[in-house]
Design a protein around this ligand. Sequence first.
Ligand SMILES: [Zn+2]
Length: 628
Amino acid sequence: MTKHFDEERLGLFELRAFVPSWQTRLGRVLVVSWLILNAATAGAQSKTRAHVETLASPRLEGRLAGSTGEKLASDYLVAELQKIGAKPLPGQNDFRLAFDFTAGTRDGGSTLSAGGRSFTTQSDVRALSFSDNAEVTGDVVFAGYGIVVPETQDFGYDSYATLDVKDKVVLVLRYFPEDADQKTRAVLARYADLRYKALAARQRGAKAMLVVTGPRSPNAGETIPMTFDTALAGSGIVAASISGAAANAILAAAPDKTLEAVQKSFDSGNPHVAGFAIPKSTVTIRAAVEREKRTGHNVAGYLPATEGCAVRLTPAAGDCVKPWVALGAHYDHLGHGEAGNSLAGKDEVSKVHFGADDNASGSAAVLGVAATLASQPRKRNVLVGFWSGEELGLIGSTAFAAAPPVPLDRMAAYLNFDMVGRMQDNKLTIQAAGTSAAWAKLIEQANVAAGFDVVVQADPYQPTDVATFNSASVPCLSFFTGTHADYHKPTDTADKIDYEDLDRIVDFAAAIVRRLEDATDAPQFTKVEQQFQTGGGRAGVRVFTGTIPDYASDAKGLLLGGVIGGGPAEQAGLQKGDVIVEIAGQTIANIYDYTYALDVLKIGQPAKVVYMRDGKRLETMLTPAARK
Ligand SMILES: [Zn+2]
């Protein structure tokens, strides 16, 4: 019923506008009664339902950062902050904090001239999204796969070991050696990300990096689609992908070498196979990247302390230690899925991604906690933040932390809420708890009344805004009720939210904040070592298995929160709830093992998967597909 909230309200107002005067009073009475009724159902029965239903309504069109939907959502959040008496942050006169970002990139006409030929179409030459915009001319050095494994890894692989590429244009192969043994592939794959390859080339003085997908690799000879890249500027080097034909034109200057033979020589992964300078191979590459700039908006305000703590930004004698506690959630989502991070099936592509759980639920939780705290005495100032651009790479919270209106070293703690509306079996995951030794006890105490089956995870390096505050050395926690089959799909709708448990999370978090306010000391920050380091993100992963891992799981193995419709995992008969314990001979104890294992899978080559279902150990074959 509440699904038709907006239409219903609109209907009533229209009625009032068109009824003759003798009926106006009746109309008003109707509106008022309806509002009271609505407040009663949405207010007294749920602290969060009306917020989720509004934020996840079709009118807000999925709240993509920088869009009209984001603007409407921010209007709503500002109005709600005003309702509970929050103020703009010190030194600000608006709740909205704008930040600029790149909303997308496209090739604006890159060109290459090589071997007397000129290449001008995107099927022959296309800038990489992070390239500088410039034209450079230079001799070409073929640098194999262009991979450098840092010395700290003690692995001894450096494509540039014997090469002088200063002021040269380097030509490298995409991906990593095709025929290397599994262990070698697993290591090299981690440093095969294109950004990382470009960094290695730039550090050695190269003017430009050209990438070709070798004939022995998937997507052979094709230029690389531009990836979504939110950087505002280039990465300090000209970088482009080129076709097999363009690479052959360059290699024509070295008649004894064919691209296929050259690739084959590198494919064993033998670190002693060296690259070579190509004589008389001067090329001119002009890279043109068009970056579409947009402005996104964080929304932030605060509830001033009512006793004990001053709002002063520069500490004075007698001030309490760390006078701020912060609450935060991202309120942006995927819009119509245009940024490339949608998991929608073919039939629902470009539909509105409502993002009820991700993350209208977290935004509603923050509003709920803030409303609770607003009605009570407070011993610390409570910052209430709603971040945008999270889905595009934590852009909003990162912008906030880069120029925070309140110094982050004055924050006693930050509590993050991301996907908290789909609780199952009373299970609440609390991530980032390793950021302070104080958390374990605090969580336990607050949970006496709440009674959740709490799963505490130390790791703060989560794909959500808590990572930003961890980087700023703020003790933090992130609440999460787990992933599901509607994750990043248009089917993540408000009717699927479990409001009763969402409200319990609000009470639980409010209790934690009260304990933080009451403590004279603030939690001490502990730095958690990152368990898993990649050369440059997961962009090096090129296989697609179609699994949706349950990140909150502490199961031994990889618990599937779902499988992508039509994907390899579904075709292999895997389903939500299965726990993968082995893939292609690699045992899987956790999600990190699984990510490593992905590196050794080969596209189109069936791999044995061992998994647990209902306590039984089963096997199937999964054939990985290519990620474009
Ligand atoms: Zn998301």
